[in-house]
Design a protein around this ligand. Structure first.
Ligand SMILES: Cc1cc2nc3c(=O)[nH]c(=O)nc-3n(C[C@H](O)[C@H](O)[C@H](O)COP(=O)(O)OP(=O)(O)OC[C@H]3O[C@@H](n4cnc5c(N)ncnc54)[C@H](O)[C@@H]3O)c2cc1C
Length: 387
């Protein structure tokens, strides 16, 4: 690949998109007023299947997919605005997020006609939720070293192995599984891996919780004991999983969920600091707000590239890396600007302290999930021809 600069053009926001933004905001306001959810930092880690179905009923899942598969044939820019508003409002979108963000696009790019007809309409209706089974106990960054194996048998495959950190496997209907279909070859590390659709109620699957730092159950260990997967559940070509997964990871890294995790804390900080914060606080908050706007423009630009059918691997890695840092800077800045004694004086019903605690506990995970900081910087350096 020859790549010497980032192609993050400044994209004009089409005027009709502002009306869509207002529509999403009005929906979210009415949901909050009805008590459906309270604003949370890291809202995309909150799972609420009923809320996802309401989002689906609005036509906001599978927005860019063809109508014949339950989609709505809207642009990636429109989808960008909807997802940005959902995240900024801290809405509980996790149930449908992975299916909408990466599994649908994967099936559209590589899936069979039957897979598209079976799964995409259910996903777009908020009736089918998906988890991603890539990482294993000894394979995270080095995904090519996975050991979970799929052995060809009559009519399909037998899968054995162990996946770990599998977010919301305990709530999902299917897993997008990454498994080895031919033995590891150190001379061709990326060959022989295949993607499968696995129904999570198949015999031989056990799902065990792993409790995260905040005390929540969001990820899991998933064990496969000779699980039968029908042949028609192979996604794309056998052995082509590596190439397919690279495109999928770009979708995973490109969105605003990589820098809107602590947005609620930032909004609260701005409100608490008032119109005339002391100069040091003003400088720190101003820096955050300028980074927020820059990330918004960069992310929107990525949506523009995706809209043109370009898969921006390197730019997505850049936005994710900068976004992860931003998500970690917000709670740290909030803690420095609003000192403990200030926070202790907040009214009892003020949720800022709870939001800040949660943002601090989730912050360490941001530069790990979806590709670690070091791996992303390696991609960026390689893209710039520096390594
Ligand atoms: C909240 C959360 C949710 C997750 N959800 C999922 C999920 O749903 N599905 C899924 O499959 N996985 C999931 N993961 C797993 C995640 O993708 C992995 O944790 C991640 O890829 C890192 O892998 P690892 O944990 O094995 O760490 P390792 O890869 O062992 O890395 C350990 C450290 O070594 C560094 N390192 C590794 N290789 C290199 C290198 N070549 N050069 C420089 N430094 C290097 C890393 O940057 C890191 O700092 C989730 C993780 C988290 C935290």
């Amino acid at each position: 690949m020859t790549f010497t600069s980032f192609s993050l053009a400044d994209i004009e926001m089409p005027s009709h998109i502002e009306a869509l933004r207002e529509e999403v905001r009005a929906f979210l306001r009415s949901e909050r007023e009805a008590g459906t959810y309270v604003r949370e930092p890291a809202g995309w880690d909150r799972y609420d299947a009923a809320f996802s179905r309401k989002v689906a009923a609005r036509g906001w899942i599978g927005m860019t997919w063809p109508r014949q598969y339950g989609g709505h044939e809207r642009t990636t820019l429109e989808r960008y605005v909807v997802t940005e508003e959902l995240l900024a409002a801290g809405a509980p979108v996790r149930a449908h997020w992975l299916a909408d963000r990466q599994f649908g696009p994967l099936l559209l790019a590589a899936g069979s006609e039957s897979q598209k007809r079976t799964y995409l309409p259910r996903i777009a209706a908020g009736e089918c939720f998906v988890c991603v089974g890539m990482s294993e106990p000894d394979s995270g960054s080095d995904l090519a070293s996975i050991r979970t194996s799929a052995v060809a048998v009559e009519g399909g495959w037998r899968v054995s192995g162990r996946k770990v950190w599998t977010s919301y496997a305990h709530m999902a209907h299917i897993m997008n599984l990454f498994a080895r279909t031919t033995p590891f070859d150190s001379n061709n590390r990326h060959a022989g891996v295949t993607q499968f659709i696995v129904e999570l109620n198949s015999p031989g699957i056990s799902i065990r919780p792993i409790i995260n730092l905040a005390g929540d159950h969001d990820f899991n260990e998933v064990l496969f004991d000779e699980v039968f997967v029908p042949g028609e559940n192979v996604i794309g070509d056998v052995g082509n999983g590596w190439k397919q997964v690279s495109g999928e990871l770009t979708h995973e890294r490109a969105g605003s969920e990589r820098w809107l995790n602590a947005y609620g804390v930032l909004v609260h900080l701005l409100q608490s600091a008032g119109a005339q914060p002391e100069p040091r606080a003003a400088e720190r908050i101003g820096r955050l707000v300028s980074h927020l706007w820059t990330l918004h423009r960069m992310s929107f630009s990525l949506a523009g590239l995706l809209n043109r059918g370009i898969t921006p691997h390197v730019e997505a890695a850049l936005v994710k890396d900068l976004g992860n840092q931003f998500d970690q800077d917000i709670p740290e800045t909030a803690r420095a600007v609003l000192q403990e004694e200030d926070r202790a004086c907040l009214p009892a019903d003020d949720r800022f302290n709870a939001m800040l605690d949660r943002a601090l506990l989730y912050a360490p995970s941001y530069p790990i999930r979806g590709g670690t900081r070091e791996i992303l910087r390696g991609i960026i350096a390689r893209g710039l021809g520096l390594r």
